[in-house]
Design a protein around this ligand. Structure first.
Ligand code: CO
Ligand code: CO
Length: 309
């Protein structure tokens, strides 16, 4: 076992030969959008994310299905699988069966196996003082999903967040492998701040994050002001509380969005500062949803994030 479950690692990595290791992960959840095809795409992109965060190349994906087969039209399940298949195809992987159980509430996701060279694994333990911190998707999915459930979201915003969530982190991962980076993780349920804290703890470094440099989906700021904060994000704020210090001048709404629980969020990459611009350029070439430097790694205090305006 090259990488286990310690240090909040995104996937586990098991060495098969000198040149080959497998990367494995599993993720599934309840629908967050109404359209079953889109839900399938999002669930699949989300499931691949932990493989991409470690620099792996996904090869097989197995379905995890919970479905009320007695009461719901099978066409719904078919659409979920079709959406998922489209993203599996984009990832260059194959669907390799799976398992389904009868359940009152739909849940769907994938168990993904990827391959990686044992010397090329990117983990969240290698961030170095002086590194620049870069993210590849904008923040605010949690707030906007809550607004969507409350039927408050404009159709364009609904489409926009669906596309953001259904976008694979494949291009972002390939860009970071091209440039060579020190550490990476993907931003999901713990929010930007929570995953940054885990990376800082695992790498035994501190970090500075500049709240105004973080790209937010504009409507997320409006809805956060209106109080559309998902439960998970409140829990994150509590978890993060003793691991970050915010300057008084930091906008409270932006601060709350730093803990916003993301679904299928982007990568958080720690890259040597002299390579940061190269990585930004490569991410832009590949057209990732965003490519922004949001902060830097500092030597200490280990596991603590300073939030600046
Ligand atoms: Co992850
Ligand atoms: Co995961």
């Amino acid at each position: 076992m090259l990488v286990g479950v310690e240090n909040w690692s995104d996937s586990t990595v098991y060495k098969l030969t000198e040149n080959l290791a497998i990367v494995q992960t599993l993720d599934f959840f309840t629908p967050i959008v109404n359209d079953p095809f889109d839900f399938g795409r999002i669930a699949a992109a989300n499931s691949f994310s932990d493989i991409y965060a470690m620099g792996g190349k996904p090869v097989t994906a197995m379905n995890i299905v919970c479905f009320p087969i007695d009461t719901m039209d099978k066409a719904v399940l078919k659409a979920i699988i079709e959406g998922s298949l489209q993203v599996i195809y984009e990832a260059g992987a194959v669907m390799a069966g799976g398992h389904s159980v009868q359940d009152n509430e739909i849940k769907y996701g994938l168990s993904v196996t990827g391959v990686i060279h044992p010397d090329k694994i990117v983990t969240n333990t290698g961030a170095k003082p002086g590194d620049s911190l870069i993210i590849t998707k904008p923040i605010g999915i949690g707030v906007l999903s809550t607004a969507l459930k409350a039927k408050k979201l404009k159709i364009e915003t609904q489409r926009y967040i669906t596309e953001i969530m259904a976008t694979l982190n494949k291009d972002a991962s390939e860009a970071m492998l091209d440039i060579g980076v020190n550490a990476c993780t993907d931003i999901t349920g713990f929010g930007l701040l929570g995953h940054a804290i885990n990376m800082a703890k695992a790498s035994k470094v501190g970090m500075r994050i500049y709240a105004q440099k973080v790209p937010y989906i504009p409507e997320a700021i409006e809805f956060a002001e209106a109080g559309f904060i998902p439960k998970g994000s409140y829990l994150n704020q509590t978890y993060c509380l003793c691991h970050f210090k915010a300057k008084e001048s930091v906008d409270q709404i932006l601060l709350s969005l730093l803990s916003d629980a993301q679904t299928s969020g982007g990568l958080l990459i720690s890259v040597p500062q002299q390579k940061a611009q190269q990585l930004i350029d490569r991410l832009k070439e590949k057209n990732t949803p965003c490519a922004s430097i949001i902060g830097e790694v500092i030597p200490e205090p280990a596991g603590i994030i300073y939030v600046y305006p």
